[in-house]
Ligand binder design. Sequence first.
Ligand code: SAH
Length: 468
Amino acid sequence: MNRSETSGYKQRTYKKTEEPSSRTKKTDTKESAVKKMDERKSAAKKTDTRKSYVQKGDVKNQSGRKGVIRTDKGRSNTEQKGNASKEKAPCPVAKRCGGCQLLHMSYEQQCKLKQEEVNKLLEPFGKVEALRKMKDPMHYRHKVHAVFDRDRKGNPISGVYEAGTHRVVPVDHCLIENELADDIIVTIRGMLKSFKIKTYDEDTEYGLLRHVLVRVGRTTGQVMVILVLASPILPSKNNFVKALRSKHPEISTVILNVNEKRTSMVLGERNITLFGKGSIEDQLCGKKFVISPSSFFQVNPEQTEVLYNEAIKLARLTGKERVIDAYCGIGTIGILASDHAKEVIGVELNADAIRDAAVNAKKNESKNIRFYTADAGEMMTAMAEKGEKADVVFMDPPRSGSTESFMDAVTKLAPSRVVYVSCSPETLARDLLYFSSKGYLVKKMIPVDMFPWTLHTECCVLLERSNL
Ligand code: SAH
């Protein structure tokens, strides 16, 4: 998971080109939106090589896109390897965008490389299982972000930031993004002139539209559109929403997010709902989840199910356990665990996510789960100081990993099992070393490919308390 994608996630970089997508079609109902997505999925399956996706002579209309947050630790070996033959990448903006480092490789080659890299980092702790691959590794990102700007002629453009800069690379269609989301962004760009909406200029701080985020519910087909503006006032907002929905009736909610600051964060703090409920719902592993604009929710729902199912299996819950879901976001893992445990406690820093988590628990009739807004390390320490105990701890920290104080507190709560879900094998290896020094032994390590075409790999690891 790209943890940098919570409320405060850093801007990445994409843009959409000027030409509206030829694939933008009107549909009338949410059901038809779901059908449309299914059709696209099977179409994507048919074109399962990147070469066939980007046709010769059609390069200007295509674009690769990124889905990747760069690590804050500098470039890994894999990243360097990934860039070495970028020349061959089939995406026309692969180099400038930098999001997909492995575009020049077949999916099989990428998986092999990822397995080798994860093995290198984690094999000192035991055997690493085979990477859980995607069946269809295209268009998996169900959350899509575009930054807006203008070209030299003053025409609005949308896409991604060029790697390491604030220059915008126009991108209309990306190989890893949900296609409906891409189409909606292109439509919005096409509407700007007639609505006299200026794109925001970071240097002069003049203009209105900064970013657009689209989140598509894979199971429900619900669509959330977030317009990030430099001011709370969108002129002719009702007509704008009406015009947008007439082109994309599948849109369930439109939110105006106000970001008035000179900042590299995408989202500001204030959300104004222009249409619909202000959130969408999706389903994972048979459970319903409400997702608000600033809550973290994995971008690749298909592989998230694989990941969560593995995590729950690793915990070997029998119905008698007291479970902690640390860094719980909107309560996903905890709610899944609650069916098989006596009691679950979720802890998370983001108050919006905790509000969603409480709603989600209710929706799924999970009565044995409680959520707390708190720093996970502080809360665990406070629990440990009170002499509390836990049987199983799930932990799913951001890319930076966990903290020694959190892990110290875990050892005091003395769970027999810790299931560690990580989006950074580097910080995972560091934390596993610390856990090992505290008497927790690694029993199983499962890498999951959540981000095909990029260097990122998710892992879930079972640690057990040794009896020494
Ligand atoms: N388990 C959830 C969320 C994982 S993302 C899921 O799978 O959807 C990591 C989460 O950790 C984010 O929601 C982020 O807001 C939260 N977080 C980051 N630092 C934290 C801290 N110090 N204490 C508690 N939560 C934290």
